[in-house]
Write a protein that binds this ligand. Structure first.
Ligand code: MLT
Length: 261
């Protein structure tokens, strides 16, 4: 069963859906919501378990998140839109290609990757899932996940961003963290879906991204028939928060050319 997604809609124009990273919520997009809503109808949703959206009862599976998103678009009478997903949001966007490809008219994959997890990454996710639930705290997330989310430039030049990231992360319930880690561990490879997608694809990567590094971005660009790469300098994994203006500019330039034109 799908869960109703808490969401925010801003602006008018062609619809653009923003899907957030793990373990944050739609507020990580605040700069992009402001910039894009000047000429697009921007829909930003909290994926299940995060922000103001309940976790629901389904077993961990990114397809459940994709089905929730499809349900939201149906409710909003959106028959197709540009989908922008950052990291876990990108995994959900690629799951949409498997579940309801017709809803995806254009795809921006930001700081994400199309491959499945290797065994060691799966085991690490299970370790984190187990620990958050058994301890009832986010300690392991703060020690083992959060430091990798941002790059060295942000730490040196905009340390206040780290506080914003921490504030969003600590709003997430342990059960949602565990659910999402297990869902991501089980995600399949999405290269076949990317190769079959005939719409425009923008791939964006922070040059300091250690979680979904530039080589992952290049592999997606080479696979998508209409793929294009933008590298954001001075950003780690969370380009939306680390270099918000540069990401907004890249998205707007691409949307104006590929979606609005
Ligand atoms: C994210 O930012 O959504 C996560 O880092 C994704 C992941 O753990 O693979």
């Amino acid at each position: 069963m799908t869960v109703p997604l808490h969401h925010v809609v801003a602006g008018d124009g062609p619809p653009v859906l923003l899907l957030h990273a793990f373990p944050l919520d739609h507020r990580m997009w605040s700069a992009q919501i402001e910039a894009l809503s000047a000429r697009y109808r921007v829909i930003s949703a909290d994926l299940r378990g995060f922000g103001a959206t309940p976790l629901g009862d389904e077993a961990p599976d990114l397809d459940a998140m994709a089905d929730d998103v499809a349900g939201l678009l149906d409710d909003l009478n959106v028959s197709g839109c540009a989908v922008v997903g950052l990291s876990m949001g990108g995994y959900v966007a690629m799951a949409m290609l498997r579940r309801r490809a017709g809803l995806v008219r254009a795809l921006a994959l930001v700081d994400t990757k199309a491959g499945a997890d290797a065994d060691a990454a799966r085991a690490n996710r299970e370790r984190i899932a187990h620990e958050v639930v058994s301890s009832g705290t986010l300690d392991v997330v703060l020690s083992d996940v959060v430091p990798g989310l941002t790059g060295a430039t942000t730490a040196a030049e905009r340390p206040e961003v780290l506080d914003d990231v921490r504030r969003l992360v600590t709003a997430a319930p342990p059960e949602s963290i565990a659910w999402a880690q297990r869902a991501m561990a089980g995600r399949p490879d999405s290269f076949a879906q990317l190769a079959a997608f005939t719409g425009p694809v923008l791939v964006v990567v922070g040059d300091e991204d250690a979680i979904a590094p530039p080589a992952e971005a290049e592999a997606m660009v080479e696979t998508a028939p209409r793929g294009r790469l933008v590298t954001i300098v001075g950003a780690g994994h969370l380009t939306a928060m680390e270099q918000p203006g540069a990401l907004s500019d890249a998205l707007l330039a691409w949307l104006d050319e590929e979606v609005r034109a």
